[in-house]
Design a protein around this ligand. Structure first.
Ligand code: SF4
Length: 244
């Protein structure tokens, strides 16, 4: 299976990359900037923290709302551990209101920030150098962080190889005939990680391309199959709904 998956998953990746081009994920705020942009991912620890918060803020909402919430935090110069520790949870919630579920998300951000402070103290940046498996395990122990958020933080904030699965990935790989519709998160993640070399740049680009393809073309209802770069590989071209 791994040899067949390797060839086919790589082919899908290459075609999406040629069709859409590099995506520049994850959006981060450049030094001196005021809002996250797609400029190739984080290069310093403040940006890594921003990406981790972005992964929490984009849960159950579009990036647009999460990005606006981050803009509010950046304009208040809160993108550092001390300020995020000190700000009252209710004030944080009102700043991140554009991301939706803002009370829950403020609690999750506080939980994450307290975890960094209590475990690593002034050297909280060391968290992002933990081995990928250990980092994932630590994140999954925190309230409000599930596998997709944990993998997004490991991959895009820490720059370590951990493949991110989401509903777009499940739908696309079901339509392409590679997996059943309700495949468990960990099973599909293992398939990708067995099929592809453990390279964070490859994993990051692949996930970003899947999201782009599913938003722009392989939508839940009435996907645009004509002209799709994967149409000759697709078991379900011409489907009309997410369950087809
Ligand atoms: S052919 Fe249609 S269903 Fe298949 S991947 Fe392309 S857009 Fe999606």
């Amino acid at each position: 299976m791994a040899g067949k998956d390797s060839r086919e998953f790589r082919e899908i990746y290459e075609r999406l990359l040629v069709f859409y081009g590099p995506r520049g994920w994850w959006p981060v705020t450049r030094e001196g900037g005021s809002r996250p942009e797609y400029c190739g991912g984080p290069v310093n620890h403040s940006q890594r923290l921003e990406v981790a918060l972005g992964a929490l803020l984009t849960q159950n909402t579009s990036w647009r709302g999460a990005g606006k919430a981050l803009e509010n935090l950046i304009s208040r110069k809160l993108m550092n551990l001390q300020s995020l520790l000190e700000i009252p949870e209710t004030e944080l919630a009102s700043l991140i209101r554009p991301s939706g579920y803002f009370n829950q998300k403020a609690r999750k951000i506080k939980t994450f920030i307290k975890f960094l402070a209590e475990r690593y103290g002034q050297s909280w940046q060391r968290f992002f150098s933990e081995p990928a498996d250990r980092m994932r395990e630590l994140l999954l122990e925190l309230n409000g962080i599930g596998p997709e958020t944990a993998d997004s933080i490991v991959l895009y904030a820490a720059g370590q190889a951990s493949f991110v699965i989401d509903n777009y990935t499940k739908r696309l790989f079901y339509r392409l005939g590679h997996s059943p519709l309700g495949i468990p998160y960990e099973s599909l993640k293992r398939r990708f990680e067995k099929a592809l070399p453990a390279e964070s740049a490859l994993y990051g680009e692949y996930h970003a391309l899947i999201v782009t393809h599913c938003k722009e073309r392989c939508t839940s209802r009435k996907p645009a199959c004509t002209g799709c770069p994967l149409s000759d590989l697709c078991a379900r071209r011409g489907v009309v709904s997410g369950k087809d």
